[in-house]
Unconditional design. Sequence first.
Length: 430
Amino acid sequence: MMLDRKSMPGLALESKINIIQAQSHSLPNGIPVYYVNAGTQDVIKIEVIFRAGSREQDVPLVAGSTNSMLEEGTKKHTSEEIASLLDYYGSFLETSVQQDYASVTIYTLGKHLDKALPILEEIIKEPSFPQSELEIYLHNNKQRFLVDEQKERVVAAKNFPSLLFGDSHPYGHKTRLEEYDGVKKEFLEAFHKKYYTPGNCAIIASGRVNDILLNKIGDYFGKDTIAHHLPFTTHNYVPHSAKEKVNYIPSPKKDSVQSAIRMGRVLFLKTHEDAIPFQILNTILGGYFGSRLMSNIREDKGYTYGISSSVVFLQHAGYFNIGSEVGSAVCEAAVIEIYKELDRLCNEPVPADELQLVKNYLRGNFMRSMDGPFALADRFKHIWLHNMDYSYYEKYVNALSTITAKELMEMANKYLQKESIYELVVGAKK
């Protein structure tokens, strides 16, 4: 039988997607461990998460500095010794801090778990925050800050959240150079003592997870007494959006011919009933390479190499964001075209073929995002951080099958009207 190489095979659409779900386990001291047992390789990822993001800090930069400095020295080992030990056992350490949480993650082979876990425990429980390393860290970050301040896109990215939430809000605060001089070793020690505690901690493990691994995690992290549980958040911040919707910041470079554009608005939480439909709408607008913004402003007008839109969900707020860099001579025209695309979504139903293309893209992207145990763990973390369960993904898959052009147009009229959009341009006036 000859293969028909001229006709595209039919598209098989799954009405329901089965996800390998995370299981739960409690350590002897009550620390929750969520784990995904999947994969064929003997590789383990252990992520220790603390509610220790910038939202919790009283002094700017302390949350990020504390997290970054964890691997720069402990009471037993220098940073060089820690790096050497990790390298010897083929392990990799990663620290991360966001607005709402901080984490320390180790990747290692299962056979080296007995060597890797003591290092992870030591870094988390016994950091020494050496003064010399702290000074190097602050100096390097100050130099990076000065370099970034000459880039329009960085200035725009830093200032736009401040328009939406206000500079006093942790989601909107923009870092200033002088704030690096306010970071002191004693502040890091105090922040670590308060927030890097068993009562403020959860662990997510993925890979070849079994009872032996869970018991080993308990040996290193399950024996500390939990003196207290910190509340979900210790601060109550109220957003204060800017009064002016249209904003301009001159380019930091005198001879600049480039402008950075940021447009968007405050939205809702990930738990909101409109969260899933709006994400689909955002994909049509600027959420993938074939989006309307790319087709118009890059492919048709040639104003930019790239433009995109995104939806950001934090634990206590969400926002919508459009970003691009264009030549200053065409900046005004580019902004006009962006508003035209927003207006099209508000007034014209999305054609059936375009809507089906986006649905197929999102369905395929979702399937790829579950490829492997680490990705499955990330899927769990995304819903866990927002106090949600796996029914969210069931609703998402269902929406990809059932959402209509009419519903998307209603969504656009609800959230994408021009008068609700904040606009920021950083660049040269033309």
